[in-house]
Design a protein around this ligand. Structure first.
Ligand code: ATP
Ligand code: MG
Length: 383
């Protein structure tokens, strides 16, 4: 059997968990190389070779392609034009064309709307005057969003009233922006979906996401919604997979509105934080699924075996620097995964843990209580 060298753009925690999954498939993948600007990035700590360079560094991307048989990414900010130019020489998935659409929120939403996939109302913003004019129809609050390179809500400004328009516009000076209607949602949910290079599609059951300060804090799988909503979300996710090209796992973030409509918030063409529960809740983790998809293997089972709550471990406020190892008693369905980041910063994603109902005897409230207890027991101590 021919084994392959896997190249990943980005070597953060997602790249790390992809590398771990790749190591468990030695009959298919023999080497892993990541491109990441941070020395000793998480993926390199679990055995991936690292090219240290910016995600958009053309020469580094070419170098990665020369050393790899297949290329994928764990972040959206790679240079899609460079990737497109390499597409004939190395297999890149999801396709650079898909990446190009998705990495620009405006193009992404436009593409979804053209394909009759429900999204909140939005429009391009060309100038301050344009924003002042358009916001009248959107009313308050409305969101001004940077079109590119946003994460953890840092590219969003919620405009509450007229006096904030200029501040919002200036905050993204030099960047292209769009306006979006504020969705007064009942719940945020997501579908982790996969398509392999032969076109086979599989979706995991709907998960519920709870954000705090714009950052995902908790995922509950399955989401606490009735079956009408979960089937609608699944239908939308499958339709989304039909319209985007390329193989791989996609994280599809959605809103459930107060009148039970499902709208797409945004799509990530990669494994997703809200899919970390699959490491224990399912026979096939999202990381293995992604590799199966891009290698052209049959997709694995997406069945949820156990109700699971995932909780992110974020750097506490007022704490910067090295910290003593975080440990948890890993028994009774508790699983800890730290990301080998030596230094903490406020709100930095440093690890996560899953609380799994392995006996299938608990209810979600009990699992959530246990999750909060564990979360509160985690202490960061200077090292
Ligand atoms: P991520 O947080 O996934 O890295 P991001 O920074 O690109 O992504 P979004 O997903 O656009 O940001 O928004 C972050 C959060 O802000 C959402 O999860 C949601 O809670 C809130 N949000 C975004 N858009 C809207 C909207 N139109 N109406 C209401 N809330 C919104
Ligand atoms: Mg988001």
């Amino acid at each position: 059997m021919v084994t392959k060298t896997l190249g990943i753009i980005g070597g953060g925690q997602l790249g790390m968990m992809l590398a771990e999954a790749a190591k468990s498939m030695p009959e298919h993948i023999s080497n892993i190389i990541v491109l990441d600007p941070t020395k000793n990035c998480p993926a390199s700590r679990v055995g991936a070779k690292q090219i240290i360079a910016d995600f958009k560094d053309k020469n580094a991307i070419v170098e990665l392609s020369l050393q790899s048989d297949i290329i994928t990414y764990e972040i959206e900010s790679g240079d899609s034009k460079v990737l497109e130019s390499l597409h004939d020489e190395v297999s890149i998935n999801p396709s650079p064309t898909t990446l190009k659409i998705i990495q620009d929120k405006y193009l992404q939403k436009q593409f979804l709307r053209q394909n009759n996939i429900p999204v909140a109302e939005f429009d391009i913003i060309e100038s301050l005057e344009d924003l002042e004019k358009k916001i009248i129809d959107y009313q308050y609050p409305a969101l001004l969003k940077a079109r590119r390179d946003a994460y953890d809500g840092r590219g969003n400004f919620k405009i509450e009233n007229q006096s904030q328009i200029e501040t919002a516009y200036r905050q993204f000076s030099g960047r292209q922006t769009m306006i979006e209607k504020f969705v007064d949602f009942k719940m945020e949910v997501s579908v982790i979906a996969a398509r392999n290079i032969h076109g086979e599609i599989a979706t995991y059951p709907l998960a519920e996401n709870i954000h705090k300060n714009n950052i995902l804090e908790i995922t509950i799988a399955p989401a606490r919604v009735d079956s009408k909503i979960s089937s609608e979300a699944d239908r939308i996710a499958k339709k989304t997979m039909d319209v985007f090209h390329g193989a791989g796992v996609f994280g599809i973030e959605m809103f459930v509105t107060k009148d039970d409509k499902v709208l797409i918030n945004e799509i990530a063409p990669r494994v997703h934080n809200s899919g970390h529960h699959t490491l224990q809740s399912s026979d096939t983790s999202q990381f293995e699924q992604h590799l199966r998809a891009i290698l052209g293997l049959p997709l694995g089972s997406t069945k949820l075996k156990h109700t699971t709550v995932m909780c992110n471990i974020l750097g506490p406020k007022d704490f910067v620097g090295r910290y003593k190892p975080i440990t948890l008693e890993q028994k009774d369905g508790v699983y800890l995964k730290m990301y080998h980041k030596d230094e903490a910063k406020p709100q930095r994603k440093l690890g996560h843990f899953n609380v799994v109902d392995e006996q299938n005897t608990s209810d979600v409230d009990t699992l959530l209580e246990k999750t909060l207890e564990i979360k509160n027991s985690i202490k960061f101590i200077q090292d």
